[in-house]
Design a protein around this ligand. Structure first.
Ligand code: BGC
Length: 444
């Protein structure tokens, strides 16, 4: 039941073009960012990291967050009233390890099914049990065991699964730069973290298949990389960044190989691991937010998007000018989503399974969030253009249902269609919620 909501739902004058029948409309969240109830599970690397002073900008913790653990029926009612087909949430591995933890997801999945909303769980969204470490190969094996337990319990009601969320960010922010948990600053020595997550993905696909799953994907983050100029050093730096963001986690999964020169840097029997990593997928999930402009290193540390990029990196990230920016400072460039999807189609050809946009959204303050409406409106039109250009896109998930714990930014960045008052935990749908509900109704 919605007690109160923003009053305007105006978008643009033109209706959003019609998407194909069966197109999957959804919204996304993640466990650590919304659940709270940390006392009912074992700690994750994010709990440990958050407890160390200086890591979270507003000094907050995710101990309560949106208290979704207790308030999930209200949140499922919000999903039902919004009219989405599907809800992408994540399962907390530390919670599943704890007594009664899986019961929570059992209840959530039942509630979703009763509301007519399809559950789409992500099995890992950065909240690794604190006792584990992605530098160890063994963590990939442990992940597959955990996935088998979850699939056994929920597989009778869940048919669409996501193995990992954004292993690129978890590697880069968490292990190379140290801005996210577990806070390591290993730079390129963090590459085993990438390999072990990819291996975990492949082993998880096998575990899910063994449990009978037929609709499996991954959620990788991607975005066009624009060179700062056509000078050779800027082009080279941009290519390097493109490998890190767009190929390091896509080539192994889709082609069964690492980009040139990377495989030799990875631990273990890489050739045999790649066979596991490239287990065929039913669809490929892309999280898209913004393009990145990249140039040659500038000989000094650079502060960018809340991160410190050390001078020794072989590239430097630059401002993209001439576009509006979100409260996070990220440029709003909807046409870059069309560009990205066309690049993926051209790069991977028939090795690219159908695509689902598993995250897209923006941070803005306020209930009358016309900027969020324009962002989503622009990106849906850009997505439709990609469909018209022949890219096989099957679904779109907005990040996020609720304002939530935005990692190192704490509660300062609001990505929700629904406002959360973090004192009272009251939920208030924003104008963008009403707008999306109208779009979905018009889509039928
Ligand atoms: C992550 C989310 C995050 C969002 C906005 C994605 O990188 O998957 O957890 O909240 O971006 O920063």
């Amino acid at each position: 039941m919605i007690a109160r909501m923003a009053t305007t739902t105006r978008a643009t004058n033109n209706p959003i073009p019609r998407f194909p029948d069966g197109f999957l409309w959804g919204v996304s969240t993640s466990a650590h960012q919304i659940e709270g109830a940390v006392d009912k599970r074992e700690p994750s690397v994010w709990d440990t990291f958050t407890a160390e002073p200086g890591h979270i900008k507003d000094g907050s913790t995710a101990a309560v967050a949106c208290d979704h653990y207790h308030r999930y029926p209200e949140d499922v009612a919000l999903l039902r009233d919004l009219g989405v087909d599907a809800y992408r949430f994540s399962i907390s591995w530390p919670r599943v390890n704890s007594p009664g933890g899986l019961d929570f997801y059992d209840r959530l999945v039942d509630e979703l099914c009763t509301a007519g909303v399809r559950p789409v769980p992500t099995l890992f969204h950065w909240d690794l049990p604190a006792s584990l470490d992605w530098m160890n190969r063994d963590t990939a094996e442990r992940f597959a065991e955990y996935v088998a337990v979850v699939a056994d319990r929920l597989g009778d009601r869940v048919d669409k699964w996501i193995t990992l969320n954004e292993p690129a960010e978890h590697t880069l922010f968490g292990h190379a730069l140290g801005a996210h948990a577990p806070g390591r600053q290993l730079l390129f020595d963090a590459l085993p973290v990438a390999h072990h997550q990819l291996l975990a993905h492949g082993l998880a696909v096998r575990a899910l298949r063994a449990a009978g799953a037929t609709d499996i994907g991954i959620a990788n983050s991607h975005g066009p990389t624009w060179p700062a100029s056509q000078e050779p050093e800027d082009l080279e730096a941009a290519d390097f960044y493109d490998v890190l963001l767009n190929r390091l986690f896509a080539d192994p999964v889709l082609l069964g190989q690492y980009p040139e020169g990377i495989g030799d840097l990875m631990p273990g029997d890489v050739e045999s691991d790649l066979k596991v990593i490239a287990e065929p997928l039913d669809w490929y999930g892309i999280n898209y937010y913004a393009p990145t402009k990249v140039g040659a290193p500038q000989g000094a540390d650079i502060e960018f998007g809340g991160l410190t990029m050390p001078a020794e990196l072989p590239f430097s990230v630059r401002e993209i000018e001439g576009h509006p920016v979100t409260d996070f400072g990220w440029p709003v460039v909807p046409e870059a989503l069309t560009e990205l999807l066309e690049t993926f189609r051209d790069r991977y050809g028939d090795r690219l399974p159908p695509v689902v946009i598993t995250e897209n959204g923006c941070s803005y303050e306020g209930l009358e969030d016309q900027e969020r409406i324009s962002y989503l409106d622009g990106h849906l039109r850009a997505l439709h253009r990609a469909l018209e250009a022949g890219v096989d896109v099957r679904g779109y998930f907005v990040w996020s249902l609720l304002d939530n714990f935005e990692w190192a930014e704490g509660y300062a960045r609001r990505f929700g269609l629904v406002h959360v008052d973090f004192e009272t935990l009251e939920r208030t749908p924003k104008a963008s919620y009403g707008w999306l509900r109208d779009v979905l109704r018009a889509q039928g």
